[in-house]
Write a protein that binds this ligand. Structure first.
Ligand SMILES: Cc1ncc(COP(=O)(O)O)c(C=O)c1O
Length: 370
């Protein structure tokens, strides 16, 4: 091809596209498979969101409200901040992109952990930024090492909290100490996609952090409707931040980045407290039950504060992933993340959890891992 390709773009490894579930079923000759691979909500979308979206479909010929007025106000009230502190995105993914677009220029540095959510590094590469990647230490973010790696070129630090894939959490005390030791010009992004599942008393008080870091680059929290609210397919997430940062992010976004069904659906989901509570309780019960069963089968489950967890299966994780697929159970092998013996599973409904355990028992025996 004659087209000159910028080196930073050529170097990007595309996000691994999963096959559609129907296609996997066809390929593996299975039916009624269950997917415990993407940390989605197994109880489905909020029924109230579905009703609200169905009711607005005849309005699809209109552009959505570019300020997402009602949704922004409802979110602000829910998290206890001013509406000016909220920026909505097409999934929290898009807010990550806004942050990188607004604050990273070619040659600037961004610090992330490995493993953690893959998208941070990709957006940095698109901008021609430099990724400084710090390995997790015992599955936790290595906060001391991150501080040491800050230079005058460091603009952002992304910390997924809980971390994906390890499901570990930074404590309030650790975070406050970390912030106090950071150079003032570095903006810290706490990606809290899974925070809804975490005990309230263990969560970092983001409003307090935003206030206490006034006068320095500050802190941004990212949240999503894709997990506890069950709306991953709708693509809606948001960031909570100081209004000055928000006003900068609004400059780099498209005017209608939040589509109409997403605005209406998320607003209804926010009010559907019973679906939200059912999801949180079901997840907590499922996690306890699954952890006990996995131990009984001779594997090592890792502690988790959220809707997924790691399991050391004592054998090749990818071979187990394949074997489980033939049983109609889709999980995630962590081999590509450098954990060759680990799988990651999402907590499912009671029925799905039972199917997972039965399939795991058979596959572990077939592969002679236990
Ligand atoms: C840590 C983390 N952050 C962000 C996201 C993306 O969320 P969204 O669907 O809101 O773009 C995910 C998705 O799995 C995730 O694991």
């Amino acid at each position: 091809m004659k087209l000159p390709i910028p080196q930073n773009i050529a170097e990007i490894v595309p996000y691994p596209p999963g096959k559609p579930q129907d296609e996997l079923e066809r390929e593996y000759g299975i039916t009624e498979s269950i997917k415990l691979a993407s940390n989605e909500n197994p109880w489905g979308p909020s029924p109230k969101a579905v009703t609200a979206i169905t009711g607005m479909l005849m309005g699809l010929h209109r552009y959505p409200d570019g300020s997402s007025y009602y949704l922004t106000h409802a979110i602000a009230q829910w998290v206890g901040v001013h509406p000016e502190q909220i920026v909505l995105g097409n999934g929290s993914n898009e807010v990550i992109e806004f942050l990188v677009k607004a604050f990273v220029q070619a040659g600037d540095e961004v610090i992330t952990s490995h493993p953690s959510f893959l998208m941070y590094q990709k957006f940095v590469q698109v901008r021609g930024g430099i990724n400084t990647v710090i390995p997790l230490q015992d599955l936790d973010h290595d906060l001391q090492k991150i501080i040491k790696k800050c230079t005058e070129k460091t603009k952002l630090i992304f910390l997924d909290n809980p971390n994906n894939p390890c499901a570990t959490l930074i404590s309030k005390q650790q975070f406050a100490k970390f912030l106090s030791q950071l150079p003032e010009t570095v903006l810290v992004v706490l990606d809290e996609a899974y925070i809804d599942f975490v005990d309230e008393n263990k969560r970092i008080d983001i409003q307090e952090m935003i206030h206490s870091s006034e006068g320095r680059a500050g802190v941004v929290s990212l949240r999503t409707f894709s997990k506890a609210f069950g709306l991953a397919g709708l693509r809606i997430g948001f960031g909570i931040m100081h209004e000055e940062i928000a006003s900068l992010l609004h400059r780099v976004r498209q005017p209608f980045n939040i589509n109409l069904p997403a605005q209406i659906g998320a607003l209804a989901a926010l009010k559907d407290t019973s679906h939200y509570e059912k999801t949180i309780t079901g997840t907590n019960n499922g996690r306890q039950w699954l952890t006990a069963r996995v131990k009984e089968l001779g594997c090592k489950p890792y502690p988790s504060c959220t809707n997924f967890f790691l399991i050391d299966v004592n054998g090749d994780a990818t071979a187990l992933y394949e074997a489980m697929l033939y049983k109609g159970v889709i999980i995630r092998s962590m081999k590509a993340y450098g954990f060759s013996q680990f799988i990651r599973i999402t907590i499912g409904t009671e029925e799905e959890n039972l199917r997972f355990v039965k399939a795991l028992q058979i596959c572990l025996r077939e592969l002679e891992y236990v």
